[in-house]
Structure formats: structure tokens, C-alpha cells
Write a protein that binds this ligand. Structure first.
Ligand code: NA7
Length: 564
């Protein structure tokens, strides 16, 4: 409902107007920081970031669990809009560890002087669109209300922890932790009996590190998972010099690739080569390690028979590595095609099961019944534990957005609008929520892409759009309902053209959170194609959007500047 009087009261109560902004940005991770930089330093707008944590870093501020490391290669896990930043920063390892990423983001925040406009320790509790005033009223947990013409959510796709509601959890007398809400002081596992629930990317990173410290680690596995060795290590001086010298080429490759990584997918298909050649290709890719494995054939995610060859190779590796046949059987009994869930990469994951102090419980055979005072009881027995680690993932892509208490035009909440699953145009805007932009929102490539690439593209697109609005005096933009319907259909078609929906329990589908509508959320049509669509829509005058009540789409001067 519109409520101009609330705004009038706020403005009267705050003559300095320092709470009345052009843009409120929620979240101080990669997206929020870059969005602040462009709106403030390029467009000259009054913008502020509100951040729940007491430091910058977003996802990486919270995910401090043992072994936390990015699965994008460090030289590509950087902002590419500024050559000065690229030249000055130096990554130490092939895959950056959490503390190094937080250091990097602090380095960027300091270089760009962002911190003065980032309000830390600030949790947004409600965000309401005031139609009469055309302002967003953003309330925080401390009772403060900020107002802004633009509301930009930069809350990350994987930041709302999914702690399973297992009966008896609060009875447990030991300590329990979720990996995404890890204590800053760390957890001492020395001499402890640890139970870890979950074997996704996070659990797979944590197992070897916890196993090396704990007296005993019991891993509770519901779904067995593929994993490829990261082959992580320090970067050589030659590589660092090469990466600094070739930033244009690296950027070009990332922008041309399907997933925003600094390597392209091979053009060959699995059955273009003989079984022998294929085996050699997979062996070599295993040695190279990481997500490059997925790129050795172009049809791995398109053709089940092709995928089976990679799946069988990876399962055979598990059986080779894990010496206990029962463990090997449980770990290689994988029920979904390779890479239809986010493919984890690891450092010594399967090898950890050869340690005497690591045991595996197959929850498919003996499910968890309850948590007791002493530990975890499955249908078979009770496991006594001192610490439980929930590596159980996130309410991905929508969880953090819905927590912002967003209410749009006519008093419709985002949770009502998305009751049957998220509906966006380009993953950027939602009908009925004028001037709200969702960075890496559902319906955009986001988690299927190297995140900084997806983030830079969105932030630049939003900035260009706002720049046009400000220049032309446009007050409101929101998508046309039909454009949203068409885009949602296109997102579904793009997913259905791949094997991705075949992992029925994937968080891409929302299937990991009980009661969450099951809709394939990220855009699977590829980052390069998506970028082209967004650019075309902008240059056509924002086709599919409604500006100040008028259907947009008549030609406007080309405004897209992809380098920001
Ligand atoms: P994921 O990939 O969602 O993995 C969560 C794991 O926790 C997965 O093995 C789940 O099994 C398991 N899980 C979740 N709930 C339960 C319950 N109730 N009981 C037993 N096991 C459970 O999260 P991650 O944090 O590992 O990774 C998220 C992303 O972060 C990752 O893809 C990277 O992009 C970075 P399931 O498979 O659902 O049977």
C-alpha cells in the first residue's frame, strides 16, 4: 500500500537527509561493493551499502569453515573492471582460500574508498515500496529507516544457511555449527569426536581438514557425490606474471565462455573419440584438476550417454582411491549424472576415508532418526559425538532475498509474489517491485557462472539502466508481466535442454529445503548468450520493461558500456 505520509514524517524528522539516498544496496560482498563504486563514483549518486556482518566479504565473510576455498581459479576470481586492481593484487594459490578472498575484498574496498559508505552490523528487516513517493523504505534491526529511489539487493546466492530441522537438535549437549555461520575464533577439533552431516562442495572441502585434527570424524552421507581433485598449489612467479600481462585475453575468454571461467569448452563430443582416447582425455583432465574437467567435451551436460562415460570414470577413481570396499561402494553409488549438481573439487577428500579415524555412515541405508543429548541416532545406532558440523548448504538464491521482508506495489510481498517459485525478468527485476534490482537474482546465470563475471555484468547493466533513467528523468522501471512469463519459460527451456534438472535433489531446484517450490532457478543458457540478451534488451530501449507506466522498447541511444 502506498504511504506517502510515512516518508513525509521521516523527512521532517531528519532534516539533514542523510538517511534519504538515491540507492540502498544490501550486502557488501563482490556485488554490493562494485555496485556502490559505480553508482557513487561513476554516476555521482548518493548510495549506501547495508551489511549484516561486521566486515566486507559477503559469502566469504561468513563461510570460514575448515578448508573453505573457492572453486574458481584465483586469477579469474577477481574484479576485471579495473586494470589497476588487477595489477596490484597478487593471489598466492591456484584456488584462493577464504581468508585470502576476504583480504582481497578489503584491499578493493580500501583502494576504492568504499568503506565510508558501507554501514556494517546492519540487518535489513523490512523493505517497503512507497508508491506515492516512489521510494523504498528500508528498515534495519536497530530501528533505523532509510529511504531510496532504488533498492539493489546484492545478498549473494548462497548466504542463507540451511540448518536441517532434525528432531532433537536443541537437546544436543555438545557443540553444533553450520559451515556458513562459522565462529570467527575457529573451532578446536583436537581430541574431539566429530560428526559431519553433508557431502556437498562444502562438506567435501571440510572432511580432510577436520579429519587431520579430530580424534574421530564420522561423515553422515545422504547423497554420494562426484569430486575432482583441485590440484591446488602455490602459483609460480611465471604464472603470476603471465596473468598480469594477459588480463585482456583472460577477460575475453571469460566473457566468451559458457560459465565465465578462464578456459573454453572443447568443441568435440564424447563419442567423436575412441574409448581409449576418451580415457586418456579424462586421465589428463583429472591430473589438471578442478572445473576444467567438465570442459573437456561439449556434450557432457547435454547427452546422458556421454555423461555416463565421465560418471563411470569418476566412480572408478573413487573405487581406486578408497581402500575399504564398503566405503568405496557407498561413496561411488552416485545417483545423478556428473555435474548436474554443482561439481565439487577437493584436496584429499576420498583419500581421507583411508584414515583410521574417519568412518562413513550411509544415510540412504540407515537414515538419521534424531539428534540425542549425546550425538546422532540413525535407524541403526547412536553415534556419540562432541561436535556436529552441518555442511548442509543453503536456502539458495531466494532465501536471502526473502529475508529482506520486501513488499512491493499494492502491499504485495515478495514471498507472496514468489509463492510458486521465483519469477523475474532476466534475473534482474520483479514485476510489481519498481526500481528494485536483484544482482545475480534467480533467472540469471549466477551460480552456474564464475561469480565475479556474472556480478560485473549485472552491476554494469543496472548502472547503465539507472544512468539512462536519471538522464531521461524516468522515475520508475519494472518488468512487464508478460516479459516475466516469457523469461521464466525461457529459463525453464534452457534448463530442460540440459541434464541439469535430472538431479532431483539439487539446490539449483530448491529441492534441498523442505517445502520450497521446486523450480530450476539459475539460467542455464550460458553466460555469453545471456550477456548478449541483456545487451540487446538495453540497446533496444529496455524492451520488456515498463518505464513510468509506459511500455519501453523504442530505440534509445546505445548505452551499454560493458567495461563500466
Ligand atoms: P550443498 O551442495 O547443498 O550440500 C549439502 C549437503 O548436505 C548435501 O550432501 C545434502 O545431501 C546434505 N544434507 C542437507 N540436508 C540434510 C539432512 N537433513 N540430512 C542429511 N544430509 C543433508 O551445500 P554446500 O554448502 O556443500 O555447497 C553449496 C555451494 O556452495 C556449492 O555448490 C558451491 O557453489 C559453494 P543431499 O544431496 O541433499 O541428499
Amino acid at each position: 500500500m502506498s504511504d506517502g505520509s510515512t516518508l513525509a514524517r521521516l523527512q521532517a524528522a531528519d532534516p539533514q537527509e542523510n538517511r534519504h539516498l538515491d540507492a540502498v544496496i544490501v550486502g557488501a560482498g563482490f556485488s554490493g561493493m562494485y555496485q556502490l563504486h559505480l553508482l557513487r563514483d561513476r554516476l555521482g549518486l548518493k548510495a549506501r551499502v547495508l551489511e549484516r556482518g561486521d566486515g566486507v566479504g559477503g559469502t566469504w565473510y561468513w563461510n570460514r569453515y575448515p578448508g573453505a576455498r573457492c572453486d574458481s581459479e584465483s586469477h579469474s576470481y577477481s574484479y576485471y573492471f579495473s586494470d589497476a586492481l588487477l595489477q596490484e593484487w597478487e593471489w598466492s594459490e591456484r584456488y584462493p582460500q577464504q581468508p585470502e578472498i576476504v583480504r582481497y575484498l578489503n584491499f578493493v574496498a580500501d583502494k576504492l574508498d568504499l568503506k565510508r559508505d558501507i554501514q556494517l552490523d546492519t540487518t535489513v528487516t523490512a523493505s517497503r515500496y512507497d508508491e506515492a513517493a516512489n521510494r523504498w523504505l528500508v528498515e534495519t534491526a536497530s530501528g533505523e529507516t532509510l529511504t531510496a529511489k532504488y533498492l539493489i539487493t546484492a545478498v549473494g546466492c548462497l548466504s542463507s544457511a540451511n540448518v536441517p530441522d532434525i528432531p532433537g537438535r536443541d537437546r544436543f549437549q555438545g557443540q553444533w555449527y553450520h559451515t556458513g555461520q562459522w565462529p570467527h575464533e575457529g573451532v578446536d577439533f583436537t581430541g574431539k569426536r566429530v560428526g559431519q552431516v553433508g557431502t556437498g562442495s562444502t562438506g567435501i572441502q571440510a572432511v580432510p581438514v577436520i579429519a587431520a585434527e579430530a580424534e574421530h570424524l564420522t561423515v553422515f552421507q545422504r547423497t554420494a557425490n562426484y569430486s575432482i581433485p583441485a590440484q591446488n598449489g602455490p602459483l609460480s612467479a611465471e604464472f603470476k606474471a603471465w596473468a598480469k600481462k594477459n588480463t585482456d585475453d583472460i577477460r575475453h575468454t571469460m566473457h566468451a565462455s559458457t560459465n565465465g571461467h578462464p578456459f573454453l569448452m572443447e568443441e568435440r563430443n564424447v563419442f567423436d573419440v575412441s574409448a581409449e582416447e576418451r580415457r586418456a582425455i579424462y586421465e589428463k583432465a583429472w591430473e589438471v584438476g578442478g572445473l576444467r574437467f567438465r570442459a573437456v567435451f561439449q556434450d557432457l551436460l547435454l547427452d546422458k550417454a556421454a555423461n555416463d562415460t565421465a560418471a563411470e570414470f569418476l566412480k572408478s577413481k573413487i573405487r581406486e582411491i578408497v581402500s575399504d570396499p564398503q566405503k568405496a561402494e557407498a561413496l561411488s553409488d552416485i545417483d545423478h549424472p556428473f555435474a548436474t549438481k554443482r561439481p565439487p573439487i577437493d584436496t584429499g577428500y576420498f583419500e581421507a576415508y583411508n584414515r583410521d579415524n574417519v568412518s562413513l555412515v550411509n544415510l540412504r541405508k540407515t537414515p538419521i532418526v534424531e539428534i540425542t543429548e549425546k550425538g546422532i541416532r540413525t535407524s541403526e545406532k547412536e553415534y556419540a559425538l562432541d561436535i556436529i558440523v552441518f555442511a548442509t548448504g543453503f536456502d539458495a538464491m531466494t532465501g536471502s532475498l526473502l529475508k529482506l521482508g520486501i513488499v512491493g506495489r499494492d502491499g504485495i510481498s515478495l514471498s507472496t509474489a514468489w509463492e510458486a517459485g521465483p519469477r523475474t525478468y532476466l534475473g534482474l527485476q520483479v514485476a510489481g517491485f519498481p526500481n528494485m534490482f536483484t544482482i545475480t537474482g534467480p533467472g540469471s546465470p549466477s551460480v552456474l557462472c564464475n561469480m565475479p563475471v556474472a556480478i560485473e555484468q549485472h552491476v554494469e547493466w543496472v548502472t547503465n539502466c539507472i544512468e539512462q533513467m536519471e538522464k531521461k528523468g524516468v522515475e520508475r522501471i519494472e518488468p512487464d508481466e508478460q516479459a516475466v512469463t516469457d523469461w521464466v519459460e525461457h529459463v525453464n527451456d534452457a534448463a530442460n535442454a540440459t541434464l541439469l534438472p535430472k538431479a532431483g535433489h539439487s539446490w539449483y531446484l530448491g529441492a534441498n529445503v523442505p517445502g520450497k517450490p521446486q523450480v530450476f532457478m539459475p539460467y542455464a543458457g550460458g553466460m555469453a548468450r545471456y550477456r548478449g540478451i541483456c545487451d540487446r534488451i538495453a540497446t533496444s530501449g529496455y524492451e520488456g520493461f515498463v518505464m513510468d507506466g509506459e511500455t519501453a522498447g523504442s530505440p534509445v541511444p546505445a548505452v551499454v558500456n560493458s567495461t563500466g
